[in-house]
Design a binder for this molecule. Sequence first.
Ligand SMILES: Nc1ncnc2c1ncn2[C@@H]1O[C@H](COP(=O)(O)OP(=O)(O)O)[C@@H](O)[C@H]1O
Ligand SMILES: [Mg+2]
Length: 283
Amino acid sequence: MSYFRSLGLQKEPFSTSPDPAFFFLSKEHKAAFCRLQITISLRRGLSVILGDVGTGKTTLSRRLSQILHKDPDVSFHMILNPYFKTEKQFLTKLAGLFHLEVSPRMSGLQIMEAIERHLFQLGVEQNKTVVLLIDEAQILPDFVLEILRILLNYETNEFKILQLVLVGQLELLPRIRSMHNFWDRIALRYVLNPLGEEELREMVDFRLRQAGFQGDHQLFTDEAVRKIWEATQGYPRKLALLCHNCLEALVMYDRKLVDSDTVARVLETTAAADMMFDLEPQK
Ligand SMILES: Nc1ncnc2c1ncn2[C@@H]1O[C@H](COP(=O)(O)OP(=O)(O)O)[C@@H](O)[C@H]1O
Ligand SMILES: [Mg+2]
């Protein structure tokens, strides 16, 4: 039997995969999400969402993808791991996302022209909002940023034809800041911050409920939540890992409630394990 079933849950509540079903709208995530949706619907062009590792960027991107895929006026495309060695490799990927036929004999310029024609057809003739979201954008090479800059220039009198959403870690900021003509084009800039203590409690409860918890008591005491907040500083990924380990400990020691002792014990065990494997503390 799965460990979580013995706790009255149907699903794993604290998996660290960015499952949109577990997306909790904290103040930060809500603000980023709403502003992003507005900027996209107004077809303003470039949005940049930044945040440390584990603040929820990929989860947010997947949720957006889920919503925009259902919108018949939107053509949504996402690149999750933007590792490209050449301009042509990137352009071929982009053409593939747009379902364009490209032959290996075509030059980069020809592919770019095919993409621009397609964008015009879709964005102007069919009046669709074309969105390209790139996650982990901090690893984008400069030549890709340059191509994106050219595509962002593509506009009518009223709107930009491509809605580009760059999602990445904070080191992306100085790079785009130093790129002439990129920085001024940003319509939305948002930095995702970690959660406060109160919201951490709400996220824990939300994820437990999404996993099917129906108990009339709380699985985590307030003291436990405080300790979790102190240990994670509100970073959702750290929070998910720690809560998962706490629930495992409950099952292991056949207990019903995560209290501050459980959290302390789990923290000690993980610190000891990290030391044994000579690891940096888990993020
Ligand atoms: N708004 C949120 N609601 C619920 N869980 C979240 C949220 N944001 C992040 N998480 C959890 O935190 C972990 C890391 O999130 P992720 O989106 O991968 O972060 P990032 O892409 O910023 O590194 C995942 O386990 C995810 O489930
Ligand atoms: Mg991510």
